[in-house]
Design a protein. Structure first.
Length: 261
């Protein structure tokens, strides 16, 4: 059942994006004017309370980590899909991007010897001598390090700006997915080959790392998010919640095999 229950606020654990949202909201001088701002939203998933998905949320077991570098008010947008990664992958971190002063904790994370950092970005933007890979070969990875996938979360124009003005990213290898890879996984493409939602790109990263089932679980979670968002915009949506229930059940079935305790 997807109906909102207020107790979910208290029982659902807060992840990195939730905490960043609370921080960003606290320092805002005025409310964020999102589309559908009159909706009564869940404070965690930011969907309309009627279609809240928090009861279905569950974290998976994963050998990967994610770092979301978010453009200023991106974390405030109900349409942001980066939070979906943190919903499922326990080792997910989120910071707001700064052009002039990078967050010290974020830099320490990138340089942490426990991780092998990869910036997920199109190879065409690579700097001279910057390594570009299109897949992850386990035999060539340091088995003592966990992959840390760095994602620039914002509009396409904002992502380019963040990449170009963040020199600490220019010495890291780029993980760049080809149009063929995108088509193979059946993801929707935007106006350009690499213009995917943040969660969709994370699906590709998980699949490239060998975590195919986790990738499929995130893909279904993203579909549920999109469908619940569309229901929130429709005045007729409250007549039949069958499509949301079907997606919720599919996600549960896919994630049952690998749920974190």
């Amino acid at each position: 059942m997807l109906a909102h229950i207020h107790k979910v606020y208290m029982s659902a654990s807060l992840h990195a994006v939730h905490k960043l949202y609370q921080y960003r909201k606290a320092i805002s001088t005025r409310p964020y004017g999102a589309r559908g701002k009159k909706l009564i939203r869940c404070e965690l998933c930011l969907l309309a309370q009627t279609y809240c998905t928090c009861q279905s949320r569950r974290q998976l077991v994963s050998d990967n980590a994610f770092l979301l570098i978010m453009y200023d008010d991106e974390v405030l947008k109900p349409s942001n899909s980066g939070r979906l990664i943190a919903d499922l992958i326990p080792d997910t971190h989120a910071y707001i991007w700064s052009r002039t002063q990078a967050n010290r904790k974020m830099l320490a994370l990138i340089q942490d010897p426990r991780y092998q950092a990869f910036v997920i970005f199109p190879g065409e933007y690579a700097y001279t001598d910057q390594t570009v890979v299109s897949e992850l070969d386990p035999s060539r990875l340091d088995s003592t390090k966990k992959p840390l996938f760095i994602m620039l979360d914002g509009s396409w124009r904002e992502a380019i700006k963040m990449f170009r003005k963040s020199p600490y990213l220019h010495d890291l290898p780029l993980l760049s997915f080809t149009p063929e890879t995108v088509a193979k996984y059946g993801l929707r493409k935007g106006s350009r080959d690499f213009q995917l939602g943040t969660a969709e790109v994370a699906v590709l990263a998980l699949a490239a790392s060998g975590e195919r089932r986790n990738a499929e679980a995130l893909s279904i979670w993203f579909e549920l998010f999109i469908s619940a968002s569309m229901f929130s915009r429709s005045r007729q949506s409250n007549k039949d919640l069958g499509p949301l229930k079907k997606l919720s059940d599919a996600f549960k079935q896919k994630s049952d095999f690998n749920t974190a305790g």
